[in-house]
Design a protein around this ligand. Structure first.
Ligand code: AMP
Ligand code: ZN
Length: 472
């Protein structure tokens, strides 16, 4: 497997610390609002990565956090706590907001046919872990207390920024929001590990700590959760490109200072989904959710196909026209698969292996999903029997997760659903009519038929008995 590594800025051969158990960590969502389809692009590509590793023979253990505390509207400890923004917006408690949007996120994940990571932890569930790490960082001299907060001291590091030649100005502003000066910091890039002197008197979530009652900074949660669930050697860390700085930079700083040795080997960053006018972001409020996309006529599988058609390291621009293209491609794909003869169980081993190898090579080439899709089309076009094609399609779908087997599901009935009470009533009247006819009371039988016709129910007499149809 070859993967681009954001630290070396090169495609590298993937060599995990332990080939029997690949550890993978994903930065989860900040649950103060719905995930937008840009966030979901990152999760789609991370899911494909996990499944691709699995497909080529690795055993992957994946963990993800749910940010329900500490993420401020500016990524560098400025602004307001995002969870409070959500709570104020909806006049609910922070806890209710976290539950509501964690559930919504999980529902999106499942609609996209993504595998929910084996280990998922809300940030608020691992406070002891952060306190343990911060205590060691203070003991080792990597952290200091100032103005009531605990800060990480970036001046103690030989190399702070690991993702290339970002100049000092860019680092301060970061890829995300703007930064305002925090007077407690000794150096510009220092960051908060633990807030005791909350900027927000109304901060709902607070815990006791050796430094006073307070709450953790955003970055420490990923270090803590990753360490707790995946141990001190991490193979792959994922996130969107905006996470490189300051979030991932700070995670590396504090985790390696705590552990005293290198930590994560491969950094996998997904480029942004943009709208024609710029980056899609939750804070701007100008974003599309999966539900909205569905209302616009684009199913989760159509959106997923749209994402898989391009490489994860390229920016992707959302447009209705592009989604229309993916919609028609998906419909054609399903239609083509539906024509395959499912009773053909024979598989031509040579053809199967050739195409399966081509598919693996696409994945192993820095997750080239568009070439993986080409291989899917190649399989459908191949000069071979339906059994071989079907075996390939279903196997590839373990990674692509495009629900390709739905091609064989019976099309959903277009008949209107009949309410259970109404059905009961109609069946009772059909029985009364049958008895009336048996008693030769044809006037009553006709009157029952007319009463049903008035409410739009048409009776159909057959040799086996009477059935009914609701007129549309
Ligand atoms: P958040 O909920 O804001 O913490 O973001 C969740 C994930 O989505 C992170 O990995 C972000 O880097 C990623 N992300 C944010 N905006 C976008 C975007 N427009 N396109 C792709 N990924 C994004
Ligand atoms: Zn994170």
């Amino acid at each position: 497997m070859k993967l681009y590594n954001s630290t070396s800025r090169q495609i590298e051969e993937f060599v995990p610390y332990n080939k029997d158990r690949v550890t993978m960590y994903t930065c989860g969502p900040t649950v103060y609002h719905f995930a937008h389809i840009g966030n979901l692009r990152s999760y789609i590509m991370e899911d494909v990565l996990e499944k691709a590793l699995d497909y080529v023979g690795y055993n992957v253990v994946r963990a993800m956090n749910i940010t329900d505390v500490g993420h401020l509207s500016g990524d560098s400890d400025d602004g307001e706590d995002k969870m409070l923004i959500g709570a104020e917006r909806e006049h609910k408690s922070v806890m209710d907001i976290a539950k509501e949007y964690t559930d919504a996120f999980k529902a999106d994940f499942l609609s996209l046919n993504l595998q929910w990571p084996k280990l998922v932890a809300p940030a608020t569930s691992c406070i002891d872990e952060y306190i343990k790490i911060i205590t060691v960082l203070l003991d080792k001299g990597y952290a200091y207390i100032s103005n009531g907060n605990v800060y990480f001291d970036t001046s103690k590091l030989k190399e702070y920024y690991r993702f290339g030649n970002q100049n000092q100005d860019e680092m301060v502003v970061g890829a995300r929001d703007s930064v305002t000066e925090d007077e407690g910091k000794h150096n510009q890039n220092d960051f908060v590990l633990w807030f005791t002197k909350s900027k927000f008197e109304n901060h709902a979530l607070k815990w006791d700590s050796p430094w006073g009652v307070g709450y953790p900074g955003w970055h420490i949660e990923c270090s803590g959760i990753s360490y707790k669930f995946l141990g001190e050697y991490l193979d792959i860390h994922c996130g969107g490109v905006d996470n490189k700085f300051p979030h991932h930079t700070n995670e590396i700083a504090q985790t390696e200072s705590y552990l005293g040795h290198p930590w994560c080997k491969y950094w996998f960053h997904v480029e942004h989904l943009n709208t024609k006018t710029g980056k899609m972001s939750k804070s701007s409020g100008d974003f599309l959710t999966l539900t909205r996309l569905n209302e616009l006529g684009f199913s989760p599988m159509v959106y997923k196909l749209f994402c898989l058609q391009s490489h994860y390291r390229k920016q992707l621009v959302y447009s209705t026209e592009a989604l229309e293209g993916a919609k028609s491609a998906y419909a054609k794909l399903i239609k083509r698969i539906a024509t395959l003869d499912r009773t053909d169980k024979s598989v031509d081993k040579a053809v199967y292996e050739k195409l399966d190898n081509q598919f693996k090579q696409a994945l192993e080439n820095d997750l080239n999903t568009s070439y993986a899709l080409t291989t899917l089309y190649d399989a459908l076009k191949a000069d071979t029997n339906d059994g071989t094609k079907l075996a390939l399609v279903l196997s590839f779908d373990k990674v692509l997760g495009l629900k390709l087997s739905t091609a064989f599901e019976a099309p959903k009935s277009t008949e209107p659903e009949v309410d259970a009470d109404l059905k009961q009533k109609i069946e009772t009247m059909i029985e009364q009519r049958r008895q009336a006819k048996a008693n030769k009371d044809y006037a009553l039988a006709d009157s029952i038929r007319n009463q049903l016709a008035e409410i739009g129910v048409e009776l159909i007499d057959t040799k086996e008995g009477t059935t009914f149809k609701i007129k549309g």
